[in-house]
Design a protein around this ligand. Structure first.
Ligand SMILES: O=C(CO)[C@@H](O)[C@H](O)COP(=O)(O)O
Length: 232
């Protein structure tokens, strides 16, 4: 089977989303790129997760043309393509409608970095995009969703901030692999829940201290990392 690796990676990533409690119905999708082959695999649109198979994943090239697959790809395919094109260091993208992260997104609020759980994944707040204009919504909505994310990421390293809340919509996360993007999606929901509770307990709470942010982020990321096991 051609594109076997990315089909299987994306199939596993998509199944992990309902298993992790990150989505209901078909409110989410995952994609993984094979940059050598110039394609990515993505979930088919609107298909029940129980009916997905590695073979039903759709293979799309970076111009947006379907290369392999009989089903219509996820409605969010242009957003994934926009992000995979712009962020060359990533290998996969995940979109969920996980409840608490989506509540922040709908409210148009970034998630402040209140503690070390958050700092393990994001080198600051979880950013939120601006609202989309009526013109962006009515013309090329899903591609423009990617563009408003890129606009928010001007000057930000996508591996220091491996996700975003799209205003009025929901989170997108990414990583070097699609499995990593799923992990970040789990973390984002957990962080949103903790932030919400922290805000209730202490409405005046300020962001984490710089030293603690540096310690937790940099012990897991980049040249100074010592957390876990070395990458193979
Ligand atoms: O934003 C939404 C729903 O509001 C989307 O995430 C869709 O629910 C994704 O569906 P697929 O086309 O990927 O099945």
């Amino acid at each position: 089977m051609m594109y076997k690796d990315i089909r299987e990676q994306v199939y596993e990533a998509n199944l992990a989303l309902p298993r992790q409690g990150l989505i209901n119905l078909t409110f989410g999708n995952a994609s993984a790129a094979d940059r050598d082959k110039g394609v990515f695999a993505i979930k088919p649109s609107g298909v029940d997760y129980d009916d997905l198979t590695p073979e039903s994943m759709v293979i799309v090239d970076f111009e947006g043309k379907i290369v392999e697959g009989n089903l219509r790809p996820s409605s969010d395919t242009p957003t994934h393509r926009c992000l995979l094109l712009a962020f060359e260091e990533i290998g996969g993208v995940v979109h969920t409608h996980s409840t608490r992260a989506t509540a922040f997104a709908q409210a148009g609020k970034p998630i402040p970095n209140f503690g070390t759980t958050h700092a393990d994944y994001f080198y600051g707040e979880i950013p939120v995009t601006r609202k989309m204009t009526p013109e962006e919504i009515s013309g090329g909505y899903e591609w423009e969703t990617g563009n408003v994310i890129l606009e928010r990421f001007s000057g930000l390293n996508p591996l220091d901030f491996p996700g975003v809340l799209v205003n009025r919509h929901a989170p997108f996360t990414w990583g070097k692999t699609v499995a990593k993007a799923v992990e970040v999606a789990v973390a984002v929901e957990c962080i949103a829940h903790m932030a919400w509770m922290s805000m209730q307990l202490n409405p005046g709470l300020q962001a984490i201290e710089r030293e603690l942010l540096d310690k937790h982020f940099l012990r897991k990321h980049g040249a100074t990392a010592y957390y876990g096991q070395p990458e193979e």
